[in-house]
Design a protein around this ligand. Structure first.
Ligand code: ARG
Length: 460
């Protein structure tokens, strides 16, 4: 019989049971549900709401159930609907009348809000750990590529020379903000809703702070309607995760381009590539493509959550059971994408010579030649035009600017001297840009140091 069947005169239809049940997806919150119940019942005992001996027996049995679930000894029952009632049913099966006291002063509405927040909290910790691992990988790769010159792009056209380290450290900054966003979101996730009851709290003299402290929450929700009906912490996490996926997806796009023969900047390790069923020569960057593709799932999860919530009157509505699958999917997807991406980066081969050749071939030193002429006293706009003409000349002759002879150059401007060559070498172009945030090795080294300090700080 169902735990709520008192006022019913007939069984629910089997199809209704199946439609209504959430156990297929919320069973993953079993640990949080049990820890939440254990804290609740401890408080009930301590406040004299139920006899302390009953509270102890319930707690002990709950932990036995936890152990049995973890050992795979329990099969959940669809007719018990969800994880909350499955565990309560197991408890009552084991200790009878005493078990029926667990749900005193509590509703499934505040219980599910509690479990969901606790589950999210745990998952946020593992996502943060993966983001930190990503950051460490980027730092390691950057440290060994401070002088690996490559073209920087705008409009996907070669623009100015930078280094691979500088490019990778751009992603470091993005993931750094992702970590900061998660940390900020965590403050709003880690608030304890139990005690909100079904919607209007409870008449029992419960001690909400005691439960919050027992479960490691930073505070309690301050309105019972809000406590059971708010899911903006989930929306916020789904937004944070969507932004992580935007970053991963852009990075994937670059990995895919870079591993093409047209670029030839990197070669992915065989362990993270796949072949073709028909074309024997193929080695495809599937991991990066899947990450790029999976960004769509996570954005979809966010959109689904926003839509579930947007029209709901206060307080709890069953629509909210739909919050879990979307957020779980977003969490699972981000975790697997980060995991594979880190390994893919860590094992890829970097083709420094091809990167350098691409930087050399694309007139990426044209701005530096214009800046050289500025230093000789010519206004920048005129320099721009002079160098534009020199580029056109070089395209015609199929040479680089640095391949022109001095006399050849002087036909375009008499101000050009022998010192031009060292001003437009790729090394000079990169290392001249040593303002904070620039690509010069010394600037990137400073960015790496600051990044390391950030990692030390957030790991605390
Ligand atoms: N399985 C439900 C959910 O995920 C638990 C809360 C049910 N509350 C209720 N009043 N039916 O939202």
């Amino acid at each position: 019989m169902k735990l709520w069947a008192g006022r019913f005169s007939k069984e629910t239809d089997a199809m209704m049971d199946d439609f209504n049940a959430s156990i297929r997806f919320d069973s993953r919150m079993y640990r949080q549900d049990i820890l939440g119940s254990a804290a609740h019942v401890k408080m009930l005992g301590a406040c004299g709401i139920i006899p302390p001996a009953d509270a102890d027996l319930i707690r002990k049995t709950l932990f036995e159930i936890l152990e049995d679930i973890e050992q795979g000894r329990i099969e959940f029952d669809l007719s018990a609907e969800d994880i909350h009632m499955n565990i309560e049913t197991l408890l009552i099966e084991r200790i009878g009348q005493v078990g029926k006291k667990l749900h005193t002063g509590r509703s499934r509405n505040d219980q599910v809000a509690l479990d969901f927040r606790m589950y999210i909290r745990d998952e946020m910790k593992s996502i943060k750990a993966l983001l930190l691992e990503m950051e460490e990988t980027l730092i390691k790769l950057s440290e060994s590529n401070l002088h690996t010159i490559m073209p920087g792009y705008t409009h996907l056209q070669r623009a100015q020379p930078i280094t691979l380290a500088h490019h990778l450290m751009a992603y470091f900054q993005m993931f750094r903000r992702d970590i900061e966003r998660l940390d900020d979101c965590y403050k709003r996730v880690n608030i304890m809703p139990l005690g909100s009851g079904a919607l209007a709290a409870t008449t029992y003299p419960i001690n909400r702070m005691m439960v919050a402290e027992e479960l490691g929450f930073d505070g309690i929700t301050e309105n019972s309607l809000d406590g059971v009906s708010d899911r903006d912490f989930a929306l916020e996490l789904a937004s944070c995760l969507s932004i992580v996926m935007v970053h991963l997806s852009r990075f994937s796009e670059e990995i895919i381009l870079w591993s093409s023969s047209e670029f030839g900047f990197i070669e992915l390790d065989d362990a993270y590539s796949t072949g073709s069923s028909i074309m024997p020569q193929k080695k495809n960057p599937d991991a990066a493509e899947l990450v790029r593709g999976k960004s769509g799932r996570v954005f979809g999860d966010l959109m689904a959550l926003l839509t579930v919530m947007k029209g709901l009157p206060l307080a709890y509505n069953k629509d909210m059971q739909e919050d879990k699958e979307s957020l779980f999917d977003a969490i699972d997807t981000v975790k697997s994408c980060l995991g594979i991406f880190i390994r893919m980066l860590d094992t890829m081969k970097i083709n420094k010579a091809n990167m350098r050749d691409a930087a050399k071939g694309g007139f990426t030193n044209a701005t530096d030649l214009a800046d050289y002429l500025v230093r000789k006293g010519i206004p920048f706009r005129d320099c721009h035009e002079i160098v534009g003409k020199m580029v056109a000349y070089c395209i015609e002759k199929k040479i680089g600017l640095e391949d022109m002879g001095l006399e050849e150059m002087q036909k375009f401007s008499g101000c050009i001297g022998q010192d031009v060559y060292e001003s437009i070498s790729l090394e000079a172009c990169v290392n001249g840009r040593k303002v904070p945030g620039g690509p010069a090795a010394e600037s990137v080294r400073a960015a790496i140091e600051s990044g390391k300090a950030f990692l030390e700080e957030v790991k605390k």
